[in-house]
Design a protein around this ligand. Structure first.
Ligand SMILES: [Zn+2]
Length: 418
């Protein structure tokens, strides 16, 4: 893993105004730069009630050597300057590889149009954000946990050291699970390793198997950063926000309490072995992971007991594979306990107690707030999707122009711009 050597926590930074946005807290000037580790995820083995649903007939992932170590940007010749402004945070869902399958008039069409972007839109968005001077940073580098003079843990905003003129950007990707419904609707099927790099596997509209680096959000960004190394600070890519109920990354690693057969257990064990090198390669190439709950549950309408059970299952089935994470992405953007902004309720306290420190919702800007009563950060992410492409051109102009990006193969639901 690349050492993030270019990041520092400066007490001085508080004096410079460490607001990560207009509503964010400010680090006290005496905050000592002691970084402590989050609580580790439970490392338990998965329960013995496994099941794997019918998976597509996918060729074996070939055994290939690991990817060569990337050459991170910036090199020693690039001058770095402290950055304490807003760190923009934009998130995507999986991207539509085949619009003709996604936008075919079936009952999933509208949801896909609302929440996803197509490959052609995604590529244009990345190019635009690069052209506008954004540079990808690791979400785990934006805040640190420190211990104050009273021995109390709290989160502080780090001063990022970035190349002059660049603007830091966090990308996250929700539901990188390759759900069954996606496979039938124009998305890739899974990530695989070939020739020491990540590729996607899937079927084209005629049913032919396709290995590609041009059809999946992960491999497209990997390729873009290979071609534009100065789009990534120290090799950072994005944070993958994953659930557990249909496995992860295209591998059916989840349990099904209705199928406790030996055959299902064997299939599941095979999928777990198959996904391990994918996870490792993602980590080696700048990707990180976050929790999106096991069952994509709505935290605002779930009891703390339900949230506990769901989170434990996520640790068992997902955390045991992807490793510890401090990041929790609320499904549906729904905040626990009614709100996490003005109160810290029992569900939030529970999630914090098992190691989460950064809690991400969805909003109209890259809002963030360091909570004062508990060691945690809450934040909003902007959403690159069909809804904002159609209706929020102005708000997203800082990243890209919807008019230039919009894929004409989308169905005719109208746009607010002309
Ligand atoms: Zn989701």
């Amino acid at each position: 893993m690349l050492k993030r050597i270019l990041l520092c926590v400066l007490a001085l930074a508080a004096l410079m105004g460490l607001a990560s946005c207009r509503r964010a807290a400010v680090i006290p000037p005496d905050a000592p730069p002691v970084v402590i580790e989050p609580n580790p995820s439970p490392d338990g083995e998965t329960p013995n009630v496994p099941e794997t649903p019918e998976t597509p007939d996918v060729p074996e992932t070939p055994d290939v050597p690991a990817a060569p170590a990337p050459h991170p940007y910036p090199g020693p010749d690039v001058e770095l300057v402290p950055y304490n402004g807003v760190v923009e945070h934009l998130f995507f869902h999986p991207v539509v590889a085949y619009p003709e399958l996604a936008f075919d008039g079936d009952y999933k069409e509208k949801g896909i149009d609302d929440y996803m972007v197509t490959v052609s839109e995604y590529v244009k968005m990345l190019q635009s954000m690069y052209d506008k001077g954004y540079i990808l940073v690791d979400i785990n580098d934006v805040w640190s946990e420190v211990v104050d003079e009273n021995g109390k843990a709290k989160m502080v905003r780090n001063t990022l050291m970035i190349p002059e003129g660049k603007k830091p950007l966090v990308l996250s990707y929700d539901d990188v699970n390759y759900y069954d419904y996606m496979l039938k609707n124009g998305f890739t099927y899974k990530l695989v390793i070939q020739e020491g790099e990540l590729w996607s596997y899937g079927l084209d509209p005629k049913g032919n198997p396709v290995y590609s680096q041009d059809l999946d959000a992960v491999t497209i960004l990997d390729k873009f950063v290979r071609e534009h190394p100065d789009f990534s600070l120290n090799g950072a890519k994005g944070c993958l926000s994953i659930t557990g109920y249909e496995g992860i990354l295209g591998y059916r690693t989840h349990t099904d309490k209705n199928d406790t057969s030996e055959e299902a257990a064997k299939r599941r064990a095979q999928e777990i072995e198959a996904v391990k090198p994918i996870i490792q390669m993602l980590k080696d190439t700048g990707w990180t992971f976050g929790c999106h709950s096991w069952g994509h549950i709505n935290l605002s309408s779930s009891s703390t007991e339900k949230i506990k059970a769901d989170t434990e299952r996520w640790f068992d089935e997902v955390g045991s594979l992807v490793g510890p994470t401090k990041i929790y992405f609320y499904p549906f953007g729904a905040r626990p306990d009614g709100s996490d902004v003005n109160q810290t309720g029992p569900s939030f306290k529970y999630l914090q107690s098992v190691g989460f420190r950064v809690f991400a919702s969805v909003g109209i800007d890259s809002y963030s707030k360091i909570k004062s009563d508990i060691s945690a950060v809450i934040c909003d992410r902007m959403h690159a999707d069909g809804m904002t492409l159609r209706n929020q051109r102005d708000r997203y102009m800082k990243f890209y122009d919807a008019k230039e990006v919009f894929d004409q193969s989308r169905p005719d639901y109208g746009v607010s711009w002309s």
